[in-house]
Design a protein around this ligand. Structure first.
Ligand code: NAP
Ligand code: F7E
Length: 325
């Protein structure tokens, strides 16, 4: 039997790399859409690069998507590409809206034109809940985004539902809460903390400059969350699913766990810095993954403490190799 083919946008990102590994393990032919950059940024997929096929394209260029879909003829498309850093969305609001919001319409419309039977996954986000209207947040909690990124994701979420309802396409939206890993970008708070903790432990840095310590997030492990993406596209009926751990932790707790893991007192090394405060904050996120548990049989395996310890250990190893320690 011919292998299933999947196209992943955002394959060079954190989730893209874990999803590509999962699809390869399930014997898919994996294709990734990559945008042109002046230097190569394949660090996260280098170890699997000989097993996947990369195709040039951009979320701002619908022609490139149509071409990629016509050439590959995939059965499944996972749309993970986005300008995904919330803070940057205030300095680049139009760009964020174009890539993260309108980009979804470009891709959906390219799918409609090439092959409307393709199953489509949209990477929706808990940032859509923003100023939360209900605790915990479920698939039916009203949306109240608090950043240009959150607003763009609301657009992407609703256009996904609209193509499902307008054209009867298999379009599914995964509302994923924060998920992290050793491959997380250095600008996000978990990785920033674990990397700086490792630097401090090895004598390579003196302090950690940080923003709001009171924000609370429902943090899970990216490796667990990409399994949910795949499960969603195996369902007969497209739907929306919240993917979360159901527990929440503050940024301060993150500091306690990360510094605590290497026997340091976070208070002694942490400096609050206005530069990392946001014009509008999302104070508390905690998801209710009951529907995903019941319909997909999904549950997270890695706890918050295990996740942060895994990330600190990985950064220690990385830095030791870089600095010959
Ligand atoms: P990430 O590490 O920032 O990766 C984003 C990916 O999108 C990268 O591969 C990036 O390519 C690509 N991309 C950006 N602009 C593009 C463009 N114009 N055309 C083509 N590709 C473009 O993000 P992530 O953490 O893996 O998240 C994956 C998706 O899930 C994103 O849509 C994010 O918004 C969403 N999400 C993430 C979380 C989370 O906690 N991680 C939670 C909910 C939803 P380059 O490598 O070239 O920059
Ligand atoms: O911030 C606070 C900050 O940037 C988390 C993206 O993947 O998840 C991510 O968005 C919290 C916020 O992630 C610093 O104010 C304090 O309250 O790690 P973050 P995010 O904004 O929650 C969602 C679900 C997505 O969809 C996004 O794509 O931590 N915080 N001090 C800080 N945050 C950062 N980055 N840096 C600090 O120094």
């Amino acid at each position: 039997m011919a292998k299933k083919r999947a196209l992943v946008t955002g394959i060079t990102g954190q989730d893209g790399s874990y999803l590509a590994e999962l699809l390869l393990a399930k014997d898919y032919e994996v294709f990734g859409l990559v945008r042109r950059t002046s230097t190569v940024n394949f660090e996260r997929i280098r170890h699997i690069q000989d097993q996947i096929t990369l195709i040039s394209g951009d979320m701002l260029d619908q022609t490139s998507m149509t071409r990629a879909l016509s050439d590959i003829r995939p059965q499944e498309v996972y749309n993970l590409a986005a300008q995904s850093f919330v803070q940057t969305s205030w300095t680049q609001p139009v760009f964020t809206g174009d890539v993260t919001g309108l980009g979804v319409t470009r891709l959906l419309d390219a799918i409609r034109a090439v092959d409307p039977t393709i199953r489509f996954y949209q990477a929706s986000s808990s940032e859509m809940f923003g100023k939360v209207q209900e605790v915990p947040q479920t698939e039916s909690t009203p949306l109240y985004p608090r950043s240009p990124y959150g607003v763009a994701k609301v657009y992407g979420h609703w256009i996904t539902i609209n193509y499902r309802e307008s054209y009867n396409m298999h379009c599914t939206s995964g509302i994923l809460f924060n998920h992290e890993s050793p491959r997380r970008g250095l600008e996000f708070v978990t990785r920033k903390v674990t990397h700086t903790v490792a630097q401090i432990k090895l004598g390579l840095a003196q302090e950690l400059r940080i923003g709001n310590l009171d924000a609370q997030r429902d943090w899970g492990f990216a490796g667990d969350y990409v399994q949910a993406m795949w499960l969603m596209l195996q369902q007969d009926t497209p739907d929306d699913f919240v993917i979360a751990t159901g527990t929440t932790q503050s940024v301060q707790r993150l500091l306690e766990v990360a510094f605590g893991h290497v026997d340091l007192d976070w208070n002694k090394y942490t400096v609050q810095d206005e530069r990392f405060m946001r014009p509008a904050e999302v104070d508390l996120l905690v998801g209710d993954p009951t529907k995903a548990g019941q319909k997909l049989g999904w549950k997270p395996a890695v706890t918050f403490e295990q996740l942060i310890q895994m990330m600190v250990e990985s950064d220690l190893k990385l830095l030791k190799a870089e600095h010959g320690k």
